[in-house]
Design a protein. Sequence first.
Length: 303
Amino acid sequence: MRLPDFEAWAVFARVAEAGSLSRAAEDLGLSKATVSKAVSRLEARIGARLFNRTSRRLALTEAGRAAREDAARILAAGETAEARAIAGAAVPQGLVRLAAPMSFGVLHVAPRLPDFLAEHPQVCVDLHLSDQQVDLVGGGFDIGLRIAALPDSSLRARRLCPVHRSLVAAPAYLESRGRPEHPDDLVRHACLGYAYLPSPDRWRFRDAAGAEVSVVPAGQLRANNADALTPALRAGLGLAVQPDFMIWEDLRSGRLERVLPGWAPPPIALHLVTPPGDPRPARVTALMGFLQRVLAAAPWARE
């Protein structure tokens, strides 16, 4: 079964209202030839003439007069549906699916979402937390937060802020085991490992002059979530490479100290990524703007 030719019916309704092909074409922003073809197409489909045409006059036939009211309702219904859709698209509403790393999401995303939801009472957020990199397109996610040096991909990425990482340890550990002076010294230290580093079996450091050193860490604990390393760090069981968004308060309080301050892991950043394609729904745009505003201004991002 073929669908009705809604475009032709809408054009016919406008021509019948205007009483002229030229005036209808001007109202619709179409060429006169396009309007004439749409009317002819509709006439061919219903098997009856809708207008009697002369060089100076356009008049509805009996079939045209009978169809005019129905065509006007079709046009009005279409205009109403489009106006409602445009108005709905302009107001943030509906579900946004957001993926974020586990520790970062718990510490810095989930606590801010109540503010966003209060600002946008018609929006719902489905927050998915995992330290594994999720497939945004395959998983049906609208937005992802990623902390990495992003490779090229089809995803659209917006850099929000740098993420500083530091080698840290508790004062008690440094008092008992000594303070390493160079990354090579780490072979004699207890290193607590994070499984989702780009190269978890090798730590890489770079100094201000650009020199690079890599070491193979060894220790009693390795975890696939960086939060799981914090108790062991505070207890003085080893050193770990941790992002500032997790340890900035421990550093301020003195529970942890930076080690090898002249050396740093390769730079990474917090990115907001979205699947390709436009336009974005208003609900997605609203959450993106909110996350960019609050996360880029976080204390750990400024420091």
